[in-house]
Design a binder for this molecule. Structure first.
Ligand SMILES: [Ca+2]
Ligand SMILES: [Ca+2]
Length: 417
């Protein structure tokens, strides 16, 4: 399939990039830190603005974990504001801007977000609340002019509001200028009393998003042919570390949530907790699914399990199939840590990816030696075993963990193993 460079598709691409980037977040306000403890209020609109204004720009001047939490929230929300303002202003002139310039500006933005998120991530990683609770927050009250037009539209007012608990996430959408839609789908007054599990939740998302953005910046986009070329292999290694840390943090978070015995203004709730404003209701089976999927994801990410890479595979794995010879499984860790030395291209035309020197070394693809099937292609086979060709994908996890009842399937009998 050949991708066009029409203004429509360019707009769509930039819009997608901006939307993805807007999920990330993080920037700060400058103001001298006071010697006396700061008054931190993250539960009212005025208190939020005042708190962010008085926090120091330099994270090293933060005096305690409550200040670190407020600082991270202020930076994240302000980074969101800056991204939306940037995207809004650039969207109007994208049709008149040469494509390479658009790409360069997007890359600059991604790098800035990565820098900001690295700071916020390090601050979040320092926080250890132990058993105590920290700030009470009400994200629906964090209201600001996000697109920089000097007005506060309804969608901006409720941009950080939490969707009502228990609704199908398909009905959320983003807040729009429709009061009835907001009232139906959002809980602007919802409050959370932050505990260590919530801090770990935020930390894991920072690690994941920073990792994904780092992954993106490992590649250069050829705007003529819409190819991605691996230009900065070292960033792939960094991305592997960050996403691996995200998986570990997510597991620590799951343990922390399950260990909670209180039940008051919770974010993610364990099956015994009822006082939660987290949009998804998770039962005991969801937590089991979470544990199983994360264990498989971590083993795959660290190269302990191999992904099936077959020429007949479909989807992304099919695109990567040429990385591995027949009879080999893909070692994700090696792919990130020792990517093919020859140019790795991913794109829309031509033989993809170009890994003609890789098969000789076969670095990411150790042979699978055991002549038995070990299950479906998800979960992947343990290194040294042969995975089966059919995937039972767990779609959209963890967003719809409740709907994701993954079960291993027996191997297809005709699989040549
Ligand atoms: Ca506005
Ligand atoms: Ca909690």
């Amino acid at each position: 399939m050949t991708l066009t460079t029409s203004s429509t598709s360019r707009r769509a691409r930039l819009s997608n990039l901006a939307a993805a980037a807007a999920l990330s977040v993080g920037l700060g306000y400058g103001a001298a830190a006071e010697a006396t403890p700061l008054t931190l209020d993250m539960s009212t609109t005025a208190g939020f603005a005042q708190t962010c204004k008085q926090l120091p720009h330099d994270a090293r001047r933060l005096k305690n974990d409550d200040e670190r939490i407020a600082w991270a929230l202020c930076r994240d929300t302000d980074q969101t504001r800056r991204l939306i303002t940037w995207a809004t202003q650039n969207f109007t002139r994208i049709d008149h801007t040469p494509l390479p310039q658009v790409v360069a500006e997007v890359e600059r933005q991604i790098d800035e977000v990565r820098r900001e998120m690295a700071q916020t991530r390090q601050v979040l990683a320092r926080i250890n609340l132990g058993e105590r609770h920290s700030l009470q927050i009400a994200p629906g009250q964090w209201q600001m002019d996000l697109n920089g037009d000097g007005q506060m539209a309804l969608w901006e007012k409720y941009f950080f509001a939490i969707p009502k608990r228990g609704l199908s996430h398909a009905s959320w959408g983003l807040p729009r200028n429709d009061e009835a839609h907001i009232q139906r789908n959002y809980a602007p007054a919802a409050q959370i009393r932050i505990d260590q599990a919530d801090v770990l939740w935020a930390l894991s998302y920072h690690q994941f998003i920073e990792g994904l953005l780092t992954h993106v910046r490992a590649f250069d986009l050829d705007t003529k042919h819409w190819h991605l070329t691996l230009a900065r292999p070292a960033l792939l290694g960094q991305a592997h570390t960050l996403i691996g840390q995200g998986l570990e943090t997510s597991d620590r978070m799951r343990h922390a949530v399950l260990a909670e015995t209180d039940d008051e203004q919770e974010w993610i709730a364990n099956p015994q907790q009822r006082q939660s404003v987290f949009p998804l209701v998770l039962d005991a089976e969801d937590f089991n699914t979470w544990r199983e999927v994360m264990a498989e994801a971590r083993a795959t990410w660290q190269g302990e399990h191999l992904l099936p890479a077959s020429r007949n595979a479909r989807g992304l794995l099919g695109e990567f199939a040429p990385l591995c010879a027949e009879g080999q499984g893909l070692n994700v860790k090696q792919l990130y840590r020792k990517p093919p030395t020859k140019t790795l291209r991913i794109g829309s035309s031509g033989p993809l990816p170009d890994v003609s020197d890789t098969r000789a070394s076969a670095a990411p693809c150790p042979p699978r030696t055991m002549p038995t099937c070990s299950g479906s292609s998800w979960p992947p086979a343990k290194a040294g075993t042969t995975p089966c060709p059919r995937a039972t994908a767990c779609c959209g996890w963890p967003l719809n963990a409740a709907a994701c009842k993954w079960r291993a399937r027996p191997c297809a009998t005709n699989w040549p193993c």
